[in-house]
Each structure stands twice: as structure tokens, then as C-alpha cells.
Design a protein around this ligand. Sequence first.
Ligand code: KIV
Length: 266
Amino acid sequence: MARKGGEPLVCLTAYTTPVARLVDAHCDVVLVGDSVGMVLHGLPSTLGVTMDMMAMHGKAVRRGVEKALLVVDLPFGAYEASPEQAFANASRLMAETGCAAVKLEGGEPMAETIRFLTRRGIPVMAHIGLTPQAVNAFGGYKVQGRGEAATAIERDAVAVAEAGAFAVVLEKVTEGLARRITETISVPTIGIGASPACDGQILVVDDMLGMFADFRPKFVKRYAELGQTAEEAIAAYAQDVRARRFPAQEHVFADTPAASRKVPTR
Ligand code: KIV
């Protein structure tokens, strides 16, 4: 809340301990997103992500996070049935992973659940606009909120903020809509494909590092091409092994340890 309208909040996803360590050094928020299903597990969408996957990756990320706020996603099917179901699964994620908050997708229809969770001590980050768990209902990963559809998304933002969400992720919405929502609600907006008008930004870490190449949304800026670098390194290793250039002498263990070998004297 203190950062609303101030220096933009820096947020990234992480799914493993080593990446969490890298991200934690530079970010305000680390999100264990259900994007893990597509990015690390090769799933076609986030719909197949389970509570067990979120708990396992949440625990791994927790070990790498010292200062950032750790948020873990509630996966599809883990919170929509009732506020009680959401509480059972959110409290499990908090207890098992040590995260400080959970994120869930949905606007007005989820407001009651958000109120239920926040009144019982579970901080909630809301996620509206393009909500990937509803990809089948949307008919694809399309820009949301153009024309008359904007009114519904503004209502969603107000509803989740009034229900107690401490921040609202706005995904793939137009700049004008993102600005109006950011000016209207009292909690920070975190944009992903939602323009600089938001109070903060989030990206999927593998997207911005160039590690996930299945598709590249327009809103992703590639800060590195690690996938290409890794591919070149693996190809070089394969060539070296086939040509017997690897292992070289420096990678080989001698029959006697170096310390006990006679040092030649002049
Ligand atoms: O699952 C995820 O990684 C997300 C962010 C991209 C907002 O929800």
C-alpha cells in the first residue's frame, strides 16, 4: 500500500531455489505462478497444475527468498467451489511453503472468497483481465477490456480491492483501462501486458530470460537469450564428447592424489 503511486513495484516469477535467489536480490515480490505448469512441466495451459505442484515449487522458492514478498498461486480448481475450499487450500500453501500471500484469478465472482480469506488472516493478491485459467472461456489469450468490456473489468477491480485484496494483477488489458483502474482503486496494480500506467510490473522469469520459446507474447521484453546460449553450450559438449576432446586431462582423476605425488626437485 505504501508503494501505491510511488516507485514501481518490481515482481518476477520463480519456480526453483537457484532462480529464486537471483530474483530475490532485485525484486519486491516473487511469485510462484501456476505458469510453472507450462514453463517447467510442458503442459499446454495452466489448467493441469495441481496443489501438490504449487506446494513443491513454493517450498523450493521459499529456500531462495530472504527479503522479497513471496506469493504462491492457487491453481485451477483449488478455490472456485467455495470460500471454505479456498481457505483449506490457501492455508495449506501458507503452512507448507511459508509464503506470505496467495494469488487467485477472477474478479467480482471471487470477491466473496477474497473477503472470506482476508478476514481470516490470508493476504490475497487478485488477478483480473486476462486470467489464463479461464482460457477456454475466453477462447484464447486475447487482449481484454476493449470497448464495452472495459466496464466489467473496472467493476472487477473495484470488487476485489473492496473485498480486501492487497494488490491486483492486471493481465493483457489496454493502457487506458489500466490507468483508470490504477487511479480508481487504493491498492497497487501490478501489470503484465498492462502498460506503464500500473503501480508495478511482473513477468514470467523464463520469458524475460529467453528460456521459454514455445511462444512469445508482445508484452515480453527479452533481457537475455539464455535458451539459445544453453543450446549452443549443449551442442558444443556433444561435439567434444564425440570427438573425444572432453574430458580433457584437467577433468581426470589420477591414480594417486595430487598431494601424495612426489614433487620433482631440481
Ligand atoms: O502464473 C503466473 O506466472 C502469473 C503471472 C504471470 C502474473 O500469474
